[in-house]
Design a protein around this ligand. Structure first.
Ligand code: FES
Length: 182
């Protein structure tokens, strides 16, 4: 989202005081405050689901970094968002190793089950389906990332189980949990 565009309150929620305090605690761990950028982004993502312009402001103040630096990191990593997102963003790796292990079949199955194409969001805003490049789990493909959760060695049956759980509002235990902060 261009930062010079006016944004509505919904698009620009303020991170809470608790998140601000969490960022202070993260900054205190490092000699250089800027080193806390990624876990601080996660702290905001965990609360808001994305990093709003107000969240970017908070990061620039607390971490003494420029808006450009925050935007660089936000736009480089596929798991970070600077706009409101679907409740569950399913990111399927379609790079070479996962492709060989059946990512295309998995994506086609997800498209059928969700009634959307890759890159789209379901009309109820619950699911988005994205193709992403290597998730660093090439030996465990095909794999899918949901926030900090990585599901590996996926089959169509496992994907159906995952969707059923998410529709009940339950995020099933992942094969790898990528918790980046305490
Ligand atoms: S190619 Fe899929 S995780 Fe590396």
């Amino acid at each position: 989202m261009p930062m010079n565009k006016p944004v509505s309150a919904d698009q620009n929620p303020q991170p809470s005081a608790a998140v601000a305090a969490q960022i202070d605690a993260l900054v205190a761990r490092y000699p250089n405050p800027a080193s806390a950028l990624m876990p601080s982004i996660w702290a905001i993502m965990d609360e808001l689901g994305f990093v709003s312009p107000a969240g970017v402001d908070l990061l620039t103040q607390k971490l003494e970094v420029t808006r450009a630096r925050v935007q660089e990191v936000l736009t480089f990593y596929t798991m970070f968002r600077s706009e409101p997102q679907a409740q569950y963003v399913l990111q399927v790796c379609h790079n070479i190793s996962c492709h060989i292990m059946g990512a295309r079949t998995l994506i086609a199955h997800l498209e059928k089950r969700l009634g959307i194409r890759l890159g789209e969001t379901t009309p109820d805003g619950k699911f988005a389906l994205e193709g992403v490049e290597c998730l660093g789990a090439c030996g465990m493909g095909p794999c899918l990332q949901l926030g900090k959760h990585l599901y590996e060695h996926l089959t169509c049956d496992r994907v159906d189980e995952l969707l059923e759980s998410l529709r009940r509002g339950e995020v099933p235990r992942a094969d790898t949990e990528r918790e980046l902060e305490a």
